[in-house]
Every structure is written in structure tokens, then in C-alpha cells.
Design a protein around this ligand. Structure first.
Ligand SMILES: Cc1cc2nc3c(=O)[nH]c(=O)nc-3n(C[C@H](O)[C@H](O)[C@H](O)COP(=O)(O)OP(=O)(O)OC[C@H]3O[C@@H](n4cnc5c(N)ncnc54)[C@H](O)[C@@H]3O)c2cc1C
Length: 464
């Protein structure tokens, strides 16, 4: 199938946000107001923080300020894989926090359970399905790595089922698979924009005041708390939670730790019953292949396939621009890979194509902290795995603001910061060399060159 033909009519916008369910915007902030807690950012981080603050203490006066629209950024344009892992996978967790990885795995599973319970409690119609994730191997070295990961997971009490080619093809049928591993419990599939809009509704029902199209330009300390300055008004608050993702941070120190990485995705038209039967996929798992440059894919509620990943693009200087959300070379590559994986679906067309920005940090999992004498808390750096983990991060921010020692705040993972990225232009040069090395490793049975091995030893990395 000619990828250009398959892409010809694809709209240039995120599939999930292109929905009649998108709510009308809440009014901008005008004038001055006060709050007990001000939350900055209307993605998953900010929404979970505002909602759970009200759940912890319904009398708390909470205001949420979003610069554009609720869920417009990474939150509304991702793959919708809500992963249990808080550490970007068990292997990364084991490498960095071996003594607490077991606790982290269990906290992550509990967090995912609680996301399911919240969806149920508030009646959020976001297609939540606890299907697990099928990791597929397209090269023998990837299958060997799966056996090692499954063994580690088993020691942690987590179930990963390794499968040979025939077994995995019973689940999802691609001639490219040499094996796979089903992580049954560790992932739920959902419609991320619908979840964000549902959390928004739940916040409003609980009395959170939400202002959209209200970018916070500046944050400063006052004798009694913090002040957030916007174009047409200010918020004076006792405490502030920052869920601002990859965007220029209101706390300068954070800019050394996070770089913007663009990730891209396509969505097909709905599959017919025959097309679906030709690939199986009765258990509707999220699927991820296992090279360093990986694809992720899944079915939507109406049986389209969302197909994303592979290219993780860093624009030199860490630039972010709206035009970067479209990248035709990447869309063509993704479409080619799609038809290589599923030749049975030749003739299928894509209806949507888009990109979004990932807040990458050097340890691949979010980091947390406080400033201004504990009046401000932040959680950023989810590195492409924040659909589930942002809820855990929101709980950490609330614990930190309450000054409470909890099982979360006692974790070394929560107390430690990642290694900062070097300043430009060394940063861009280093990241591009790393991207090149990662691509080479995939062509070379996963073998890592000297540069990647040096980064590994330093605990520094680049991922999406
Ligand atoms: C293409 C793509 C695919 C992905 N796939 C997955 C996946 O399948 N599974 C997974 O777990 N993760 C995935 N991710 C990552 C996931 O989407 C993010 O980790 C998660 O959404 C982060 O949520 P957030 O609220 O921290 O950030 P964001 O969603 O970026 O929200 C931050 C918000 O803060 C607002 N803001 C920033 N600064 C200010 C300010 N000064 N004033 C007011 N508002 C401000 C922004 O406007 C924005 O709305 C993917 C990301 C992308 C881009």
C-alpha cells in the first residue's frame, strides 16, 4: 500500500480532541481573587491535583488556571496507554532504585486501580479497559530481553507472560512478530481527552474554579503565600501546585531538567469486521514493539487503530512551535511501518495525523519537589508515560504541600532529582548523538555503542 495514498485525506489534528464531546471553555480569569490552593496547568497533572485536593478536604478553596484549553497538550493527544509503572518500566526502576522497586511497582498498580475506581465513581465515559499491554518482539534479541524482564517482574510479584511467535500471533496477527510478552495487569486503555474532560467535570462539580485561556505569566512570594499574575487578573493563594509539563516553567530551576521531544501518531478509519478478523486482537490490548525506537498501537472504541511512536524528534535549542506538530516525513515512515506490520490491512486509510510534545528528563520518570518554603510543589518529567503516573504525581504534590511524610514522599525516587541536561549547544549535540546511537543499536541486535554505555553508567538517558 502506498503510504502517501493512505495518508492523503488524513486531517492534521489529534484524533481524540476532534470530538463533539469537547466542552465549551471556562471563562478567563479577570480581576483579583484568592484561593487556598492554586493549580497551574489543565492537563492530567493539574486536573488530578485539583480533584484530589477537594476529595481530601472538600472545604478547600481551589482554583485551576490553564493557559489554553483543558487537555489540549500532551494530555489530549497521547496514545491513551494508562500504565501502572511509575518508573518508565520495571527495568529502569530496577536500575535506579533497586531497593524500592517492589514498592514502586505495587504503588503503581494501586494508582492504576484507583484511576479505574475514579472513572467509575464519577461516571466518566472514557472507554477505560484494563486490557494490559502486549509487548511484541520483532527481533530475537528483543525476545531474550523479554525473558529477562519477565523473570525480574516475577521476583517482584508482577505477572508478565512471555509468548512464542505462534502464541502472540493468536492475540494480534502480524508476520513481523517473533514473540511477545503480555503484561496483563499493568496497563489500561482509555480515551485521554474524554478522561481529561471527565476530570474537568468532576472538578467543577466539587467546586473547583477553572479558568481557561489564562496563562500565568509570573509567580511571586508574598508575606502570606504566593501570587500568580495573569494578563487580566491575579490569584493570591496559600499554596501552588505546578502541573505545567514541558512548558516554560514558572520555577526557573526546572528548565535544566526537562527537554521537549516531539512524538507523532496516526489514526485509521474504523476497521470492518473482516479487517479486524484478519488481525485478531480480540483482547484489545495496547501493543508496543520493543526496539529502542518503538511503535505503540491500539484499538479505539470504534475499532480504528491508533499507531504512533518511532521517531522521537528534538528540535535543536529545545524549540517548541505549533508547526512542529506536523511532520510529513515521520507520518510517511509511520504509515510504511504500519503496512509492514499489518499487510492484511492494505487499502486502509488514515483519518488523523498529529504530533505532541513530551517532557523528557534524563531518568525517564517524573521528579517532584517543593520551593518557597513548601508553598509551591511541582511534578514534571513524565517522559511519555504520564497518563497513569500523573495521578501519583498529583498525590505527591498534595503530600508535599501538606508537609506530610507519607509512603510516597519517603521514597528515594521522590526525594531525588534527575541529572540536569547540559546547557546548549552541548545539549543539542548530545541529544542528536544519542538519537543516532539509539537508531544504530536497533540495527545492531540492540548492542549499545560506547556513547550509550557511557550515558548508562552516568545514569543519563534520552527517551520518549
Ligand atoms: C504523542 C504522544 C503520545 C503519548 N502517549 C502516551 C501514552 O500512551 N501513555 C502515557 O502514559 N503517556 C503518553 N504520553 C505522555 C502523556 O501524554 C503525558 O505524560 C501527560 O499527558 C502529561 O500530563 P501533564 O498534565 O503533566 O502535561 P500536559 O498535558 O502538557 O499539560 C500541561 C498543561 O499546563 C498548561 N500550562 C503550562 N504552563 C502554564 C502557565 N504558565 N499558565 C497556565 N497554564 C500553563 C499547558 O497549557 C498544558 O495544558 C504521550 C505524549 C505524546 C505527546
Amino acid at each position: 500500500m502506498d503510504p502517501l495514498k493512505a495518508l492523503a485525506d488524513a486531517e492534521r489534528k489529534p484524533y481524540w480532541l476532534d470530538s463533539p464531546a469537547k466542552p465549551e471553555p471556562r471563562p478567563r480569569l479577570t480581576g483579583d481573587t484568592t484561593a487556598d490552593l492554586a493549580v497551574v496547568g489543565g492537563g492530567f497533572s493539574g486536573l488530578w491535583t485539583a480533584l484530589m485536593a477537594k476529595e481530601r478536604d472538600p472545604s478547600l478553596d481551589v482554583v485551576l488556571l490553564e493557559g489554553r484549553r483543558i487537555g489540549w497538550a500532551a494530555t489530549g493527544r497521547n496514545g491513551g496507554f494508562a500504565m501502572a509503572t511509575l518508573t518508565h518500566g520495571i527495568a529502569n526502576g530496577l536500575e535506579r532504585w533497586p531497593e524500592e522497586v517492589r514498592t514502586l511497582e505495587h504503588l503503581g498498580l494501586r494508582n492504576l486501580d484507583e484511576i479505574g475506581e475514579t472513572v467509575e465513581r464519577y461516571g466518566i465515559d472514557c472507554g477505560y479497559e484494563r486490557t494490559g499491554e502486549l509487548h511484541v518482539a520483532t527481533e530475537p534479541w528483543q525476545l531474550e530481553e523479554m525473558h529477562r524482564n519477565a523473570e525480574t517482574a516475577r521476583e517482584m510479584g508482577v505477572r508478565f507472560d512471555v509468548m512464542d511467535a505462534a502464541q502472540v500471533r493468536v492475540e494480534v496477527d502480524s508476520p513481523t512478530y517473533v514473540g511477545g510478552m503480555w503484561e496483563r495487569d499493568g496497563c489500561a486503555m482509555l480515551d485521554p481527552a474524554a478522561l481529561a474532560w471527565g476530570l474537568r467535570r468532576a472538578c467543577l462539580e466539587k467546586g473547583v474554579r477553572i479558568h481557561e485561556r489564562t496563562p500565568v505569566r509570573h509567580m511571586r512570594e508574598t508575606p502570606t503565600g504566593m501570587e500568580l499574575l495573569t494578563r487580566d487578573g491575579t490569584v493570591r493563594a496559600r499554596a501552588v501546585a505546578l502541573g505545567t509539563g514541558v512548558f516554560p516553567p514558572l520555577l526557573r530551576r526546572l528548565k535544566h531538567f526537562v527537554v521537549p521531544v516531539y512524538d507523532y501518531a496516526l489514526v485509521t478509519e474504523p476497521l470492518s469486521a473482516e479487517q479486524l478478523a484478519s488481525i485478531g486482537w480480540r483482547n484489545r490490548q495496547g501493543v508496543g514493539d520493543s526496539a529502542n525506537r518503538f511503535h505503540y498501537y491500539r484499538l479505539t472504541a470504534d475499532d480504528r487503530i491508533l499507531w504512533g511512536g518511532y521517531d522521537a524528534v528534538y528540535y535543536n535549542g529545545g524549540r517548541m512551535r505549533q508547526e512542529y506538530e506536523q511532520r510529513d516525513a515521520t507520518f510517511t515512515t509511520l504509515a510504511e511501518h504500519f503496512f509492514t506490520t499489518f499487510p492484511q490491512l492494505s487499502g486502509l486509510r488514515f483519518t488523523h495525523r498529529w504530533g505532541g510534545v513530551i517532557d523528557t528528563c534524563s531518568r525517564f520518570s517524573a521528579f517532584y519537589g517543593r520551593s518557597h518554603g513548601g508553598r509551591v510543589a511541582y511534578a514534571v518529567g513524565y517522559t511519555g508515560m504520564g497518563v497513569g503516573a500523573t495521578r501519583f504525581g498529583a498525590n505527591v504534590m498534595l503530600d508535599l504541600l501538606a508537609g506530610r511524610q507519607t509512603e510516597r514522599t519517603r521514597l528515594r525516587m521522590v526525594r531525588e532529582k534527575p541529572i540536569p541536561f547540559p546547557p546548549e549547544p552541548v545539549r543539542s549535540a548530545g541529544i542528536q548523538l544519542t538519537r543516532w546511537s539509539i537508531a544504530r543499536a536497533d540495527l545492531n541486535q540492540g548492542r549499545r555503542n560506547l556513547w550509550l554505555r557511557t550515558l548508562d553508567r552516568m545514569g543519563l538517558g534520552f527517551d520518549s
